[in-house]
Design a binder for this molecule. Structure first.
Ligand SMILES: Nc1ncnc2c1ncn2[C@@H]1O[C@H](COP(=O)(O)OP(=O)(O)O)[C@@H](O)[C@H]1O
Ligand SMILES: [Mg+2]
Length: 273
């Protein structure tokens, strides 16, 4: 049931509000966050549909990573609320979520020890844990590297390990913050395949990306952030092919958007027509 206290409209600059989603898995309402006297997020409404793939896009500094950390409960909202299955975020809600960062965060231990540790922390032991570890290594194509120190793996292998480690904990929702930003096409394809496979098995995906191609390959719903607020939301194809807001149009056309009172730079030096 919606709480009337959260039903305040978002920012006036919001051109396309989130469509009404019945029973969202995660519901961000009128979210605001400030630090150092600066408003970093304001009036953010995002509804994550259960089982969906939602993309968060927008320029550097728009607040994408911050929004992800708030949605994952790593930070507390200063305004508005984040609801998990209609209730408050709590420890059990956080355990039902996992996060993969742009730069893999791995322990100074072997590949297999990284997997074992993540499962042990979640209370898993014995044969069940061994099965999970084996299947995660196979899924990631890392069985032959199981005893190798995780930190000597290539960037692509490290990110595959981070991803299968997150998935081994059976999250209902997986956050990914630019997981392929530093990877070559083959490594990117492997990560994308793992993401799509997890989603096909029911894991809800929330992914930050800068890559329009990746957005089209992976996305269903798109949330475009600019200057800490949502400027456009909708199906990925619709938003990217027919954007209604100037920031998204500028981004699609490769122009620099400098704000509502400034014409975006479409003739800057070096621009190719
Ligand atoms: N904990 C924090 N304290 C102060 N400023 C922060 C904090 N986290 C992020 N910021 C600032 O908020 C803005 C958005 O950052 P971020 O979410 O990382 O952007 P991006 O969209 O590139 O992921 C940036 O200006 C960043 O410097
Ligand atoms: Mg970021």
């Amino acid at each position: 049931m919606r709480d009337a206290a959260f039903d305040t409209p978002g920012s006036a600059s919001t051109l396309s509000r989130s469509p009404v989603v019945n029973d969202p898995l995660l519901d961000v309402r009128s979210l605001g966050f400030s630090a150092g006297g600066e408003k970093l997020l304001h009036g953010v409404d995002v509804a994550i549909r259960r089982g969906s793939r939602t993309l968060i896009m927008g320029p550097n500094g728009a607040g994408k990573s911050l929004l992800l950390r708030l949605m994952h409960g790593l930070l507390q909202p200063l305004e508005g609320a984040i609801l998990w299955q209609g209730g408050r975020m709590n420890a059990s809600a956080r355990r039902a979520q996992a996060m993969v960062f742009q730069r893999p965060v791995l322990l100074r231990r072997s590949v297999i020890a990284n997997l074992k540790f993540a499962l042990t922390v979640r209370g898993m032991r014995g044969a069940k844990r061994a099965d999970k570890v084996r299947s995660a290594l196979e899924t990631a194509g890392l069985s032959h590297l199981a005893r190798r120190p995780a930190r000597v793996l290539s960037g692509g292998e490290q990110q595959r390990l981070s991803l299968v480690r997150a998935l081994a904990c059976d999250p209902e929702l997986l956050f990914l913050d630019e997981p392929t930003a530093n990877l070559d096409p083959a490594s990117t394809a492997a990560i994308e395949a793992l993401i799509l496979d997890a989603n096909a098995r029911g894991v809800t995906i929330v992914l930050v990306t800068h890559d329009a191609g990746q957005a089209k390959r992976l996305g269903e719903d798109l949330v475009f952030l600019q200057d800490g607020t949502v400027v456009e939301t909708g199906p990925v194809e619709t938003v990217l092919t027919n954007p209604r807001s100037e920031p998204v149009r500028a981004w699609r056309d490769g122009r620099l958007y400098l704000g509502p009172n400034t014409q975006s730079l479409n003739n800057y030096p070096g621009r190719k027509n």
